[in-house]
Design a protein around this ligand. Structure first.
Ligand SMILES: [Zn+2]
Length: 183
């Protein structure tokens, strides 16, 4: 799955049937403007480091979005993050009827709108790498038994239909050594 960014989210919303537009640069704390019919929603996408649990979205982010949306005359606001919101941020958002989508809700949304992306990401997490050429086979460690003392290499499970192959060193560089025992 592509890294979760404002570009990823924009595509996700287009998939869900919205008209989604990125704003120019950092514009009033608004990253994406969604339009569906006559309704507009101002969205701030806040990617946080999920490995630092103190990295919560704070109330400043909420306030910036509120004033930015007001300046543009947009009533509905929403912040999407990969982690969670601070208590103060949640309090203000509730008063302002702002929608907050935390990391858990975000993955739920992705699962609902693009389940194949999540399935693929999970699969890759397990260490199985899809063949980049035929996109249906899995990359596997192989050895040519017909040639004596041949070096092991990485090939596709769809061989001989798919002839994709790569050196182990290139595989490690691209997908990480830890995936090699699954190959
Ligand atoms: Zn293949």
């Amino acid at each position: 799955m592509a890294r979760i960014s404002k570009f990823f989210l924009k595509d996700l919303f287009i998939y869900a049937g919205y008209d989604a537009e990125l704003t120019q640069k950092y514009d009033d704390g608004i990253d994406i403007i969604l339009t569906q019919g006559r309704e507009k929603i101002a969205i701030q996408a806040k990617r946080m480091d999920p490995y630092k649990n103190y990295d919560l979205v704070n109330k400043e982010v909420v306030n910036t979005l509120i004033s930015g949306a007001r300046r543009r005359g947009i009533e509905k606001t929403c912040i999407i993050t990969t982690t969670f919101f601070s208590e103060n941020a949640q309090k203000i958002a509730k008063q302002e009827k702002m929608e907050l989508i935390d990391g858990k809700k975000l993955y739920y949304l992705i699962a609902k709108i693009r389940p194949e992306l999540l399935a693929e990401a999970y699969f890759e997490r397990l260490g199985y790498i899809k063949c980049p050429e035929c996109r249906s086979g899995i990359l596997k460690l192989k050895k040519n038994n017909k040639v004596q003392n041949s070096f092991p290499f990485i090939g596709c499970t769809n061989f001989p239909k798919c002839k994709h192959s790569m050196k182990i060193a290139d595989y490690n560089l691209k997908y990480g050594k830890q995936n090699l025992d699954k190959a």
